[in-house]
Design a protein around this ligand. Structure first.
Ligand code: ATP
Length: 511
């Protein structure tokens, strides 16, 4: 997808009431967005699908909703006060600011693309007998690229771990990484920047204490671990899920809702017996990828990316990356967080956060495997993948959003063919028969073809048209968004057809 197509996604999101720039009348607030009338519905449907797949479909997972404000010691214990930093670097010519790690990762991605090109060329040349693995391990040019990637990433990880920021800058210079805007290598030193937003609680300055807006929802789960385990009589292994806002003072935020300063996460912390965490880590990687694939987008849109540089709390971590309009980027993280967080909270609070394992007859601090997905990134993945311009047989084109039907904002649009002859009244009857179960829209303005297109562009999977024949024999025309096919059915069969088409439970049964 090109830049133009991405711009098209952003423009479409605004035009159809999905996403607006926050505080637009005051010229906006950088990297903060509001969800409009269609966006809020789509977002809620994504939440429902995630929550259902995690909480409803697993006997041993429960969900909570913890506060955004937390005791400030939480963030000392979790390591965020000291270590939740990104390395930043400025280009002196363009005055643009970058994350040093992103500059290096983008550089590596370019080398990866060179490998892909070589592979594609060779695959064409060798035809059916092509063996990718063998080619990659023997072709001198590709072997060289792989070595290059390894040496760059090894050096980067080493210098970050040693907090040697001078060497990170040197690496950028040695690799001749240029500012994409100015094209120059006139870089400042690399500095660490803490991403947490601070705020004050209490009315007077002296008595007020500094709080942080949570940068992840996970800590609300860790602090409630024992409450939930005890009151829910949970037995290990078990999970706690949560959907909620998180805040990060991101250094660079230029990619629409991909990187926001206020965003929403859907996280699940899974508590396991120490020593079994890698097994669960692999299991959750698999389960989460299956959840993504269940949406029905092409599976080539997803790939795993193992972390070279692990966060301060993790012993294994992988991202599920999605092919966004601007390339493959992280959509979800699966992390093996060990017992780091619970142990830290034990130490800082002086309270025991242990589990008595009746099978082993011993107490321990559980290990944690987490799955963490950005709701807004998921929204962008769905939006950018669904928006299509189709060429039709009659030479015209149509804009359609093939949003999976169970996620679509409105499920049905009810359209009287004409605004007279009792058709609007009959159409209202249809709306009233459906509205208890589904989001339904009534639309009588403009010619029918135009109304269909409007619904296509908003992603409504079904349109129901009421015409003169409806008054005579109580049949309706149902038009399907994806195929544009129409069928005529008796009115009393409509409810079942809609339910079948947009059913969330049918979707769960695919998992
Ligand atoms: P990145 O490397 O892109 O900054 P991260 O590795 O810091 O992301 P995590 O801390 O693993 O991200 O957060 C879990 C998930 O939360 C991410 O996979 C992503 O979907 C989402 N997320 C993180 N930061 C943002 C943001 N600024 N805006 C929107 N979503 C975000």
């Amino acid at each position: 997808m090109s830049d133009d197509q991405f711009k098209n996604v952003i423009a479409h999101a605004k035009e159809y009431g999905f996403i607006f720039q926050s505080s637009e009348i005051y010229d906006g607030l950088s990297a903060v967005y509001d969800y409009g009338q269609n966006g809020a519905l789509l977002k809620n449907n994504i939440k429902a699908y995630w929550w259902g797949a995690m909480v409803q479909m697993h006997e041993n997972i429960v969900g909570i909703d913890s506060a955004i404000f937390m005791h400030p010691t939480t963030w000392k214990a979790s390591g965020h006060v000291d270590a939740f930093n990104d390395p930043l670097i400025d280009n002196k010519d363009s005055k643009k600011r970058y994350r040093a790690d992103v500059l290096i990762e983008d550089h590596v991605e370019k080398i990866r693309q060179k490998i892909e090109k070589e592979v594609a060329k060779a695959a064409k040349r060798f035809g059916e007998s092509f063996e990718r693995e063998q080619f990659e391990s023997t072709n001198p040019r590709v072997v060289g690229y792989h070595e290059k990637i390894r040496s760059v990433m090894d050096r980067f990880v080493k210098s970050m771990e040693a907090e040697d920021l001078a060497d990170v800058k040197q690496l950028i210079e040695d690799e001749q990484i240029k500012c994409p805007v100015s094209g120059s290598m006139n870089w400042t030193d690399v500095r660490q920047f803490n991403l947490m937003f601070g705020t004050q609680m209490g009315s007077v300055a002296e008595g007020a204490s500094t709080l942080y807006l949570r940068p992840e929802t996970a800590q609300g789960i860790f602090l409630n671990y024992l409450n939930v385990q005890k009151t829910g009589r949970m037995k290990i292994p078990f999970g706690i899920a949560q959907i909620g806002k998180a805040f990060r003072n991101e250094i660079v935020a230029r990619q629409f809702i991909f990187r926001m300063r206020e965003f929403e996460q859907m996280e699940m912390q899974f508590f396991v017996r120490p020593g079994t965490e890698m097994e669960w880590y692999e299991k959750w990687k698999e389960k989460r990828l299956a959840w993504h694939n269940s949406l029905g987008f092409d599976s080539s849109n997803y790939r795993f990316h193992d972390h070279e540089k692990l966060a301060h709390y993790a012993n294994a971590a992988a991202d599920i990356e999605f092919k966004f309009p601007f390339g493959f980027k992280e959509l979800e993280g699966i992390h093996s967080r060990t017992d780091f967080d619970l142990k830290q909270h034990e130490e800082f609070s002086g309270k025991k956060l242990q589990y008595f394992d009746p099978e082993l007859g011993e107490n321990y601090v559980p290990y944690v495997v987490e799955t963490s997905i950005g709701l807004d990134r998921m929204f962008l993945a769905i939006l950018s993948n669904s928006l299509q311009t189709e060429q039709l047989e009659d030479g015209s084109s149509r804009t359609v959003m093939n949003i999976p039907a169970f996620l679509a904002p409105y499920k049905v649009a009810v359209l009287p063919l004409l605004k007279k002859d009792g058709l609007p009244e009959k159409a209202r009857d249809v709306v009233n028969a459906l509205k208890f179960d589904h989001m339904v829209q009534y639309d009588e303005k403009d010619a029918i073809g135009k109304r269909y297109r409007r619904q296509d562009a908003a992603g409504t999977p079904l349109c129901v048209t009421v015409d003169h024949q409806t008054l005579e024999d109580h049949t309706l025309t149902v038009r399907f968004r994806d195929t544009m096919k129409q069928i005529r059915i008796p009115m009393d069969e409509l409810n079942e057809l809609v339910a079948q088409k947009v059913s969330l439970s049918a979707q769960f049964s695919k998992l």
